[in-house]
Design a protein. Structure first.
Length: 459
């Protein structure tokens, strides 16, 4: 019996996912555990594995498609098994064909179109072409001119199967923007022309004609072709979300950054002791960043304007707990998982949770539900040697703390100049919601707590 693979639901807030890449093609043999396709939410990426052995009989969506959760994506089974009954696209087309006549255009308006249905729709008089929304979306996705479709829907309407029947080259979404007029054999799913096909064809044409230049994207030095001069890569969905969020943050907020520093002698000494005794004491790898986040979570509740969200420009949402966001650098881009109720965790527990969440982000297995409801965020560039920076607020939060590098600074002690390890902190706040004085008071108390960390641990 055929095994239908659906688009999983990753978290209650996710309604659809984008298919980023197919790892198997229609007709390929698959075994349980093989990765069928990679899909993305607006925050993370996941691999969908086969649950059974068999053949990938049919694929209902292509790379770049935005697929509703729980909708059929593909079918695994044995050769000869029927798959049309599982195809959600066919089911929707059938529903469109049987739609009530009242929803269609008047019959007298449809007659001229039906009379010319045998000819390509591009020859229909006038600019108006009847086409279903799904068919239009499919035509845009495949980069096909829908005017060349032969309408077979009710009242001369173009439906999805008409788009699929167009006798024209089909491109992947990335290749569609760079397509050329030459004849190119597609190696993608369903014979689609990919960017690799276009690049290979251009290079082959240039090599045979002796042409050197941008058309082949190849540089020649001393008569020999080198590697391509550049590569155009479509950014993933998560990068688009980050770009939109950061642009919105900077364009809509009145952001201001305060910089301060504190004597890191005590926390560095504690970190060294914990490191030396971690294995013997069964402790997690507690980092300086964990120590800073612990201090932040126990300082925020005294500053409600900082531990808050500014909603729609007219509402302050004050949190009664600390939902601490932690910026994590991943291969797919910046992600900010939320440690809910961080003030209730011990330092050792906080370190364990932060490591677990960071690893899930890097592996792409973090739940989208774990990436929301933050009340405040900590981002650390100090480990990369950055001494001061301007962190960008994660909307709708009112502030974000940047952790800077530890540097040696001089100060006078009993008439002598001595060096001490100073760690910088950069607090960016939304001046629409928070004034400078409350932000400065939070930063001052945080620095005091970090300089006297052992006292804070006892409280």
């Amino acid at each position: 019996m055929a095994d239908v693979v659906i688009m999983p639901r990753q978290g209650q807030s996710v309604e659809s996912c984008i298919i980023a890449k197919w790892h198997k093609k229609k007709g390929d043999p698959v075994k349980a555990g093989d990765v069928l396709f990679t899909y993305e939410t607006d925050k993370s990426s996941f691999d969908e594995e086969a649950k059974s052995d068999g053949i990938l009989l049919d694929v209902f969506f292509e790379e770049g498609d935005d697929v509703e959760c729980l909708k059929n994506v593909c079918v695994i089974g044995q050769e000869g098994e029927e798959t049309a009954c599982y195809n959600p696209n066919l089911a929707e087309e059938k529903q469109a064909e049987t739609a009530p006549a009242a929803e269609s255009a008047p019959a007298e308006e449809a007659k001229p179109v039906q009379a010319e249905a045998a000819a390509p729709a591009s020859y229909i008089a006038g600019d108006f072409v009847k086409i279903s929304p799904r068919a239009r979306h499919l035509a845009d996705k495949l980069d096909l001119d829908y005017r060349f479709a032969n309408p077979s829907g009710p009242n001369g309407r173009i439906i999805e199967r008409d788009i699929r029947a167009i006798n024209a080259p089909m491109y992947t979404k990335a290749a569609g923007a760079a397509k050329t007029a030459g004849i190119v054999e597609g190696t993608g799913i369903g014979g689609r022309i990919t960017t690799a096909d276009l690049r290979q064809a251009a290079q082959a044409e240039a090599a045979s004609a002796g042409i050197i230049g941008e058309a082949a994207s190849v540089a020649v030095i001393g008569g020999a072709a080198s590697a391509p001069m550049y590569e155009d890569v479509k950014i993933p969905n998560i990068r688009k979300v980050i770009a939109k969020s950061m642009h919105s943050s900077l364009s809509e907020m009145a952001q201001l950054t305060l910089n301060s520093s504190f004597d890191a002698t005590e926390i560095m000494a504690l970190r060294q002791k914990l490191k030396e005794n971690a294995e013997k004491s069964g402790l997690n790898n507690i980092t300086l960043n964990d120590i800073v986040m612990f201090a932040v979570s126990h300082t925020l509740l005294n500053h409600k304007d900082i531990n808050a969200n500014f909603i729609n420009g007219d509402t302050m949402r004050y949190f009664h707990t600390v939902n601490l966001g932690m910026a994590v650098d991943t291969p797919r881009g910046l992600m900010v998982p939320t440690i809910e109720g961080a003030e209730h965790l011990s330092l050792n527990e906080l370190a364990a949770v932060s490591k677990s969440m960071a690893n899930a982000c890097k592996e792409g297995s973090i739940s989208p539900d774990a990436l929301k409801n933050g009340s405040f965020t900590v981002t650390n560039l100090g480990s990369l040697g950055v001494e001061s920076f301007t962190p960008v607020i994660n909307p709708p939060q009112t502030a974000i703390l940047g952790v800077d590098a530890v540097v040696k600074r001089p100060r006078e002690v009993n008439g002598e100049i001595k060096l001490y390890p100073a760690m910088g902190l950069s607090l960016t706040f939304d001046h629409r919601a928070v004034d400078g004085a409350p932000a400065a008071k939070f930063l001052k108390e945080l620095c005091h707590n970090l300089e006297n960390f052992s006292v804070m641990l006892v409280k």
